[in-house]
Write a protein that binds this ligand. Structure first.
Ligand code: 3PG
Ligand code: CO
Length: 555
């Protein structure tokens, strides 16, 4: 096991209790009325910047710094926590799918050959998020896959989409459906029987995560697989437009609907001999559906009918569970993460968040791997999230509970690293409710205070950072940075993440005097944090990790 042994840091001691706090969706942006972090009362986060500027800095959290295809790609929790935990930058799903499609390699792979078995007599179903947000999926990739599948011999294709409005502007789904319809009609002209079969809003249909609410997945199953939904339409564009007319309706929460033929029969239930591809590359919100599609002994809801299908994911979503067993593109191989190194070097870890972000500080942190590396050295605690609400009605979420669990873990003396994710800025930011997001930011700040107070008591060290921006900017802006209005003169609310950098602060009584941020890593990003934290645990990071952000100067 010597390969796992980390060298001692020449200056920093071992045995300090370290709190590693990730504020989800907490970026740094211009201070104006749409910056909820600025508007909110956040004395603790503010104090890091003002009282110890040599121990506060900004780091990159988007684009190539986290393995995304371009600098126009905003950060997200998957790639952010991957980078934080792995200490290196891996080409992420979005990028891997781009190149597999561009080279055509996707069609020669095992996964595509597997689903191809349905092409003679069955239907190819494509299920996923219809969006150009680039967080879970991308519309252009879906369109390429449709075209490619037709060229490879698919004769009957059905698309089951989820509308977004979370990684993109609310209302943009109409345009995406129109684009999709156009491509499907092109395919029909070429003799392929290609149609949209069902739809629904991502947060209400299918895309739950971390087993927060199986009803969400069931609604999707009923529409996609069984062909049953409360709403029936002849056209998907009409469906989305109509359902959006309901008061308070939005893309994220559209109810499920199916498309029916002239006799009122659903056009695309899944049958024996069909193939299904879930075309999201990101794992967290596809894993539950993948289980329903793949597991024989599934008991989370009554599937009613379980067709014998050829199922493949765009990627394999869980490397540990090998789920799904067939996939079109190999996922990034994120191995030798900092969590795995640290358990091999005697660091005992406690990780905690509430359900909606629990997998972020465990699964994503550990390179898309479920479970602990070593049960004796690690404890992962999930605080159940409130179910069936949008978090603007409960903007404090479980921040206090998470902070208290972290505090207790710190004071217990049983752990060397206490790692938490505070979801408020992100989850409430995604609702687009500015007032609620201000409350959310304050709650997260208070949680940070509770945690650093505990660190103070045990003589420990804290590292406070974020995975990407969200709450710091709630409006779409023009090039000059001014808020943009829509055609009706209404402010365009930004529910999505941003391209902004995020802060990182270190401190606490256990931090050796003279420890500060280096100024020779100006381009530092989330991937530099792992080496930094390893140093604070008293170790030197492996050679291939991105460089540490800190130095220790003798005074
Ligand atoms: C979501 O899945 O909620 C959003 O698409 C992205 O948010 P996250 O990356 O912060 O989880
Ligand atoms: Co988010």
């Amino acid at each position: 096991q010597n390969a796992w042994k980390l060298a001692d840091h020449p200056k920093l001691p071992k045995g300090k209790t370290i709190a590693m706090v990730v504020l989800d969706g907490w970026g740094e942006a211009r201070p104006d009325e749409y910056n909820c972090i600025h508007v909110a009362d956040t004395p603790t986060m503010d104090s890091f910047k003002t009282t110890a500027p040599e121990k506060w800095r900004l780091i990159k959290a988007h684009g190539s710094a986290v393995g995304l295809p371009s600098e126009d790609d905003m950060g997200n929790s998957e790639v952010g926590h991957n980078a934080l935990g792995a200490g290196r930058i891996f080409a992420q799903g979005a990028k891997l799918v781009d190149s597999a499609l561009a080279s055509g390699k996707i069609y020669g792979g095992e996964g595509f050959k597997y689903i191809k078995q349905s092409f003679d007599n069955g239907t190819l179903h494509l299920i996923g998020l219809l969006s150009d947000g680039g967080v879970h999926s991308r519309l252009d990739q879906l369109l390429l896959l449709l075209k490619g599948a037709a060229e490879q011999g698919a004769k009957r294709i059905r698309v089951h989409f989820l509308t977004d409005g979370r990684d993109v502007l609310d209302g943009s789904s109409v345009g995406f459906v129109e684009t999709l319809e156009k491509d499907l009609s092109n395919l029909r002209e070429k003799g392929v029987d290609a149609q949209i079969a069902s739809g629904g809003g991502r947060m209400y249909v299918t895309m739950d995560r971390y087993e927060n609410d199986w009803n969400v997945v069931k609604r999707g199953w009923d529409a996609q697989v069984l062909g049953e939904a409360p709403y029936k339409f002849r056209s998907a564009v009409e469906a989305v437009k109509k359902l959006r007319e309901e008061p308070k309706a939005n893309d994220q929460y559209l109810p499920p609907f199916v498309i029916v033929d002239e006799s009122g029969n659903p056009v695309g239930p899944v049958k024996d001999g069909d193939a299904v591809v879930t075309f999201n590359f990101r794992a967290d919100r596809m894993t539950m559906l993948a289980k329903a599609l793949e597991y024989a002994d599934f008991d989370k809801f009554d599937r009613v009918r379980v067709p014998k299908i050829y199922y493949a994911g765009m990627l394999q979503y869980d490397g540990e569970l090998k789920l799904p067993s067939h996939y079109l593109v190999s996922p990034p191989e994120i191995e030798r993460t900092s969590g795995e190194y640290l358990v091999h070097n005697g660091v005992r870890t406690f990780a905690c968040s509430e359900t909606v972000k629990f997998g972020h500080v465990t699964f994503f942190w550990n390179g898309n791997r479920s479970g602990c590396f070593n049960e004796e050295m690690e404890e992962y605690v999930e605080i159940p999230s409130d179910v069936g609400i949008t978090f603007n009605v409960q903007p404090k979420m479980k921040a206090l509970e998470i902070a208290e669990k972290a505090r207790d873990a710190i004071l217990s003396g049983k752990f060397d690293q206490i790692r938490v994710n505070l979801p408020n800025g992100d989850m409430v930011g995604h609702t687009g409710d500015i007032e609620a997001t201000v409350v959310a930011c304050k709650a997260a700040d208070e949680a940070v205070k509770t945690i650093i107070d505990a660190i103070e008591q045990v003589g420990g060290i804290y590292v406070i950072t974020a995975d990407h921006g969200n709450a710091e900017d709630m409006v779409k802006r023009d090039k000059s940075g001014a808020p943009q209005l829509d055609k009706g003169g209404k402010l365009q609310i930004l529910t999505s993440h941003t391209l902004k950098p995020v802060p990182i602060a270190i401190g606490g009584p256990g931090l050796k005097a003279g420890t500060r941020f280096r100024n020779d890593v100006p381009t530092g990003g989330l991937a530099n944090v792992a080496a930094t934290v390893m140093n604070l645990h008293g170790f030197i990071a492996p050679d291939d990790y991105e460089p540490t952000l800190i130095e220790v100067v003798d005074n």
